[in-house]
Design a protein around this ligand. Structure first.
Ligand code: ASP
Length: 467
């Protein structure tokens, strides 16, 4: 085992975790896994989160100090945000293309779709909203027999506890006004931002502090620079130490999550996946296209020495972690490590581009939101106009920026995208059962997208050749 590379050990941990979950479910000892194995997965995520916030703080400060001039900083900042915005919008476009082409929501019995449609019209009527595509199934005598079923469906999604709690969280977001995210970005008490793990506020503080430091004479801030540099080294070393145990932790995480999803019934997981199969296939297909075709191609174009296999070998520890933790924020310390040590991108670039990416650049999430909204519309027999699809591009891009880098954040923000095109936000209950596995996959895309953009920024700064 000793001579094996870390990514192989992590793969083995992952596979053993899945195997263990299946075995323990079929042997009926799922509760043993939940009680004695799953906690190690939680410990792993806590350790990574523990490191993430101070690492982001110190590494951004050191990134700025090593750049040492605000012109480079401004140029890199613009490039970073521009590239993040472009890749996110492209991902939404790909999502719309795939979901309109494959039409996963139309691959169910027509009666079911009509009943869904009537439930939508009932809901829209109660909301006092208009039906944008102008059709009227509710009052069509041909479908009168489906009315009762439609009402039951509407009641069911509404009464779902999970949906209710998430909808009230999203309501706060919605009421807040368009510039609320800017207000939220600025901390009033940095210790509170640390305490609540508010990554964007920590990034803002680090940028502000770093820029103030370089605007002062070097000898006045020497002590502070040394302190931050030591802090940076210490937290990077911590990542190293935690990663040594990653294969075991990943095993525990996978085993625990799968058992939690399936309960004590092995067929439950399959059934859930079958019902939403086409939707899941569309999402996974697009995410795979991004990870295995589009990103490596972009990297190949900007960095021809980086072959396909080498790219994946270098970054796979971060991808596997993203998959097993479903959190770009928890993965960030490792993403930084692979980018610095394996891709040899200078810290002064990665320490600036990656933390911002982990928080605002979520190509996988924006792609998934586009697919989910159109799928749900198809499933309810609703035709979305071109204007509505354009709104989806805009809203999914914004919603992915606003999604926290933690599990299920994308699903919560989906409420806002559904709302923006006049669809029932409670429908998140319908796709919730398959959300976790899809979240695992989209987090891999989010992290790979960040790494790709970091490589592009490094290339444009001429920092790849030097490496
Ligand atoms: N889990 C994702 C991430 O951390 C966010 C999402 O739910 O899409 O990147």
């Amino acid at each position: 085992m000793k001579s094996l590379a870390l990514h192989w050990k992590i793969i083995i941990g992952l596979v053993l975790g899945v195997g263990w979950a299946l075995a323990s479910i079929s042997l009926g000892i799922g509760s043993f896994t939940t009680d004695f194995i799953a906690p190690f997965g939680q410990i792993f995520i806590k350790l990574l989160k523990l490191i993430a916030i101070p690492l982001v703080l110190f590494s951004i400060i050191m990134g700025i100090v090593s750049l040492n001039d605000t012109t480079t900083l401004g140029r890199m900042g613009l490039k970073t945000l521009g590239l993040y915005l472009i890749t996110t919008t492209l991902a939404v476009g790909l999502g719309l293309l795939l979901v309109n082409g494959l039409k996963p929501g139309e691959r169910v019995a027509m009666d079911q779709r009509v009943a869904n449609r009537i439930s939508y019209e009932l809901w829209a009527g109660q909301q006092g909203g208009e039906i944008k595509d102008g059709k009227d199934y509710l009052n069509d005598p041909q479908y009168a027999h489906l009315k009762m079923e439609a009402q039951q469906r509407l009641d069911k999604v509404r009464s779902d506890d999970f949906t209710r709690s998430k909808m009230s969280a999203a309501q706060d977001n919605r009421d807040a006004g368009p510039l609320q995210f800017l207000v939220d970005m600025v901390p009033s008490n940095i210790f509170k931002s640390f305490g609540d793990s508010l990554m964007l506020q920590v990034i803002f503080f680090a940028l502000f502090l770093g820029m103030t430091m370089i605007s002062l004479p070097a000898d006045k801030v020497k002590g502070m620079v040394q302190f931050c540099s030591a802090g940076n080294e210490i937290f990077l070393k911590m990542v190293d130490l935690v990663m040594k145990a990653a294969p075991f932790f990943v095993f525990a995480l996978m085993a625990g999550k799968l058992v939690e999803m399936a309960g004590d019934d092995p067929s439950a997981l399959l059934e859930v996946l079958q019902a939403l199969g086409w939707y899941s296939i569309t999402v996974v297909l697009g995410l795979a296209l991004l990870v295995f075709v589009i990103y490596p191609l972009i990297v190949r174009l900007i960095h021809p020495q980086m072959g396909y296999a080498r790219f994946f070998k270098n970054i796979s520890p971060a991808q596997f972690l993203a998959f097993s933790t479903s959190s770009s924020a928890a993965t960030l310390p490792v993403t930084m490590e692979v980018v610095n040590d394996h891709l040899k991108i200078p810290k002064k670039i990665s320490s600036f581009v990656l933390p911002i990416g982990a928080t605002v650049n979520m190509d996988g999430t924006s792609f998934y939101q586009a697919v989910a909204v159109v799928f749900l519309a198809q499933f309810h027999l609703i035709d979305l106009s071109l204007a509505q699809q354009a709104t989806i591009v805009l809203m999914a891009t914004l919603a992915s920026i606003g999604s926290a880098a933690v599990p299920s954040a994308g699903l919560i923000m989906l409420i806002i995208v559904l709302d923006s095109v006049g669809l029932n936000p409670a429908w998140i209950a319908l796709i919730f059962p398959v959300d976790r596995p899809l979240d695992m996959c989209r987090t891999v895309v989010n992290v790979t997208g960040d790494i790709t953009v970091t490589t592009a920024v490094a290339a444009s700064e001429g920092a790849l050749e030097k490496a």
